[in-house]
Design a protein around this ligand. Sequence first.
Ligand code: CTP
Length: 397
Amino acid sequence: MLSAKRILLIIGGGIAAYKTLDLIRRLRERGASVTPVLTRAGAEFVTPLSVSALAGHKVFSDLFDLTDEAEMGHIQLSRSADLIVVAPATADLMAKMATGRADDLASTVLLATDTPVLIAPAMNVRMWQHPATQRNIATLKGDGITFVGPNAGDMACGEHGPGRMAEVPEILSAIEAALGDGPLRGRRVLVTSGPTHEPIDPVRYIANRSSGAQGTAIARALAALGAHVIFVTGPATVPPPDGVTVIRVETAHEMLEAVESALPVDAAICAAAVADWRVASASDRKIKKTKGGLPVLEFAENPDILATLSQRTTGRPRLVVGFAAETDDVIANATSKRTRKGCDWIVANDVRPATGIMGGTENAVTLITADGAEDWPRTGKDQVAAQLAARIATALS
Ligand code: CTP
């Protein structure tokens, strides 16, 4: 619920502005008040009348509107909210934010504010991928701006790829997370989860049995403590939790790319069961049975995402947590894995079949840190997740 929360909603000029009308309704249903700011370009896509009717509030649009200045100046407007949401955030609006320009009401409010800002970018895929936009994204993330989306998919302009504005339920979840009161409020935490699928040809792949249950439980527990969770998941069997930004990937390479584009984060929890190898040259055509013999698959090593993150020289998360599934010498193996990969903590499991942990609902873990090994009592995976999230909150406090 968002009772009594005050949202200042900046609507930029993009086709996705139509989704923002629904966002206003859903915010009000949850008890939030919405003060709308409509940019000049935004008004080309949705009318001030529909925005004000849904928001139940006057629409602000002009920096030099004397009535507005008399009633509420732009500085006061920027301070009169618990959260500023920009949806859709266009490439132009993001460029203005990144360079500190203030040539209209929206950009002036964004420059004058000391309130947390959440943006939902929406633009053509080429615009999103352009180095200028990518530079602006890095700057904005560094300035502590929270992102939700964009998602990949078919776009109104007929192209395909990242750039589509996040859906309304995702934006709502991100707003709820941003306004959460838990100890991780204002923290960005990355969680990798699930298996990866490594293609052999267009119809076959190599995978593993990870369900994604533990990673999902951890993401949910972190979001419950107020973190903005970026959840990078392979094709898991359990659905992703609510209230997190979900990035779906298939392969280890895609997972690494998604992880790197989510940086900077305060902490990264690598719970994914990443395939260690991929087929060196996956066929782009279905491999047919031949009389001549069996196909021979040659393997190549996948990038180690946990080690790559841990060993970054710039932008390393303050806390990097890995997992180790072991059948023998659990503590010794997990301790050397921690040093080898360079992460801060390792959550080690004993996955011998007799323990019933693999695929089960319970888990018994040993937390390996620089200070040594700590056995946690066997309990449900949700409780393990809650305990880990609480430890992460303490470490980041
Ligand atoms: N991991 C990763 N990228 C990989 C492989 C593993 O990020 N390509 C991460 C996992 O998410 C997990 C940890 O590394 O946090 C597990 O390490 P790994 O060496 O794969 O462990 P096991 O499968 O337990 O290893 P081993 O092959 O050493 O038994």
